[in-house]
Design a protein around this ligand. Structure first.
Ligand code: BGC
Ligand code: BGC
Length: 595
């Protein structure tokens, strides 16, 4: 009897030697299972995915395809109710307590809801982290990409990305919507600073370095995925073509030929695929009048077919719903074009209904849903989320550490471009007697950091831990050098001319289409500060803080030296390091500047 029992046991036993346990929380009507084959980390990812996919209902698969914006989640129970696959923090979507620990707690809390679902599929949490973990005060803020483009240094970019991944992962986020691989053509575009510049070769090379840096993160079985964006031709839109009434070029249309699209804009994505990028975001723009997210040709034929991309393709913001008036039709078109995961910033409840209907109507095939779900699950398995859904706080101490800030400072040094230098005005000696400093960006971390810092549009003022350029200048000079500062350049009380006047001027923070500007230049206040400064200084050095080249041609003849410092981030000391000659100027223009 015993023998027969054992035989039957062995016969019916699953191939893997584990027990199935069903866990039911008394207070919670949802039961979830543990110790199923897909939860067994000793099995291969393929085996685990096959097992899990077999167990999933259509509704659960559809839930996985949703990427919901944190601030539109009305009720956190919806995470479990709809089995949502992913959540993101859009620009400025921060926890109540905006600290690294606050972020970690927020993500852990979201994750705990995913663990209440029937199959406990972990949540994927995404954030932009496009110049360090920029939404988090206390994180290291690196120069925006345009400054990294000026360094043209893939080794440095790799290190920056690696630290960005570590600081972001420390808060529980393993999916980063970066690098930006747009090749910018029109500097009036408000996203110019998010790009490595206008040279496809540089964008490809630095993009690859960034992806490899981010994805080299590996700690306690958890890794990080890059999300290269915005596929494709986002940098070549036509001024005036924006589909957004508030913008001029952002979210617009690009009319370039297919040959140009391939030569200039596809190249960085080809390199990204070669670098094994794990996900790609499809842009909000159009090519030849068609929204990219609806283009089967660009997504399935070129990106999947020709480039051989096997990772996750996801959409950007509300982009999918801008394909057509009908949400149903828009979703059908995007998903059939090849988008696997849909970003849903405002509403997600009807997404599930529409997709279920689309499958029932035969407008989207079961195979397509399975394919998309498989890619999403693959990413989650590869990141290690199934095996380590909760994060502990041990890593938080690295966020904004001295070592990381030193790297950012080095990146700032290498990003500076010397645009003009008459009579060797720079480097400045550290042993002169007096320096006057003026301008709106001299003592303003928010301006230094630009958009996508704490808030989507950035913040004005000194709300972040960091070093302003003025702080840096003061620290660099010897103790007997007097450094006087006036934002407006009001030095009327000064009797003698200073050895040098340093003006730090530039753009106010902005992001996306709000930064579209037909004539980016200096404000009247900054120009007046420079003129005031000039009255009281033997020579004038102008440092430009901006996301793009500014139209300053008519003024530069009056200035001795001009330096492009881009949007250097939290470590203003890097500017002083070069200004006083401790390091040379090595940056080169990532985009033409008409001087
Ligand atoms: C931007 C993306 C960004 C996303 C989430 C979109 O509006 O175009 O670059 O990743 O928002 O913040
Ligand atoms: C979000 C950004 C997003 C933008 C799109 C903002 O409200 O914070 O992340 O890119 O909307 O328009």
């Amino acid at each position: 009897m015993l023998a027969i029992g054992l035989l039957a046991y062995n016969f019916f036993r699953p191939l893997v030697n584990i027990e199935y346990v069903k866990v039911c929380d008394q207070k919670d009507k949802n039961c979830h299972v543990t110790n199923l084959p897909y939860q067994n980390s000793t099995l291969s990812t393929e085996e685990r995915i096959a097992d899990l996919l077999n167990r999933m209902t259509l509704a659960e698969k559809i839930g996985q395809m949703a990427l919901v914006e944190k601030n539109s989640l009305g009720n956190l129970d919806d995470l479990a109710k709809y089995g949502l696959g992913a959540v993101l923090s859009g620009g400025g979507a921060k926890p109540e307590v905006n600290t690294p620990a606050g972020w970690q707690e927020m993500v852990n809390n979201f994750q705990s809801y995913s663990q209440k679902t029937r199959l406990s599929i972990p949540l994927l949490y995404g954030a932009d982290a496009n110049h360090g973990h920029g939404q988090v005060p206390g994180a290291t803020i690196f120069p925006h990409f345009i400054g990294l483009g000026a360094t043209n240094d893939p080794g440095l970019v790799h290190e920056v990305a690696k630290v960005t991944a570590a600081e972001t992962a420390a808060t529980g986020i393993y999916w980063i919507f970066s690098p930006n691989l747009d090749v910018v053509k029109d500097l009036r575009w408000g996203r110019t600073y998010e790009t490595f510049g206008s040279d496809p070769q540089v964008v490809s090379k630095l993009g690859q370095a960034f992806i490899e840096g981010l994805q080299s993160y590996n700690k306690r079985g958890l890794t990080v995925a890059a999300g290269a964006k915005h596929y494709i031709s986002n940098g070549s839109m036509v001024w005036g073509s924006s589909t957004n009434n508030d913008f001029f070029i952002d979210q617009g249309n690009s009319n370039i030929s297919e040959a140009e699209l391939r030569q200039i804009h596809l190249e960085p994505f080809r390199q990204a695929v070669n670098a094994n990028v794990k996900s790609i975001m499809v842009g909000l723009n159009s090519w030849q009048g068609e929204k990219i997210s609806a283009s089967k040709y660009l997504i399935s034929d070129i990106l999947r077919g020709e480039l051989g991309f096997t990772g996750l393709i996801f959409s950007d913001w509300y982009g999918v719903y801008e394909i057509e008036r009908s949400k149903y039709n828009s979703l059908v078109r995007a998903i059939n074009a090849g988008v696997d995961m849909i970003m849903l910033p405002y509403d997600y409840e009807d997404f599930v209904t529409y997709l279920q209907r689309a499958v029932a109507n035969g407008d989207i095939s079961q195979e397509r849903i399975n394919e998309a779900t498989r890619r999403i699950l693959t990413l989650k398995f590869e990141l290690g989320l199934f095996d380590h859904p909760a994060i502990d706080s041990a890593d938080l101490k690295i966020v904004g550490s001295k070592e990381n800030r030193d790297l950012a400072r080095r990146a700032v040094r290498k990003s500076l471009v010397l645009l003009k230098n008459n009579n060797a005005a720079v480097p400045i000696s550290k042993n002169i007697s007096k320096i006057l400093v003026a301008g709106s960006a001299a003592h303003n971390l928010g301006k230094q950091a630009g958009g996508w810092t704490v808030e989507w549009q950035g913040i004005d003022g000194n709300w972040l831990p960091g070093t302003t350029i003025l702080d840096g200048l003061k620290k660099s000079v010897s103790a007997n050098v007097k450094v006087e500062y006036s934002l407006s350049g009001d030095f009327s009380a000064q009797n003698n001319l200073a050895d040098v006047g340093i003006a730090v001027v530039g753009e106010n923070p902005y992001a996306e289409g709000w930064g579209d500007n037909n004539n980016p230049s200096l404000s009247a206040e900054d120009l007046s500060a420079i003129n005031n400064l000039k009255q009281k200084s033997k020579k004038i050095v102008v440092i430009i803080i901006s996301g793009r080249p500014l139209n300053i041609k008519e003024y530069t003849k009056d200035w001795d030296a001009v330096i492009a410092a881009w949007l250097p981030g939290s470590e203003g000391q890097g500017v002083a390091d070069v200004l006083f000659g401790d390091y040379p100027f090595t940056g080169t223009l990532p985009i033409d500047w008409d001087l």
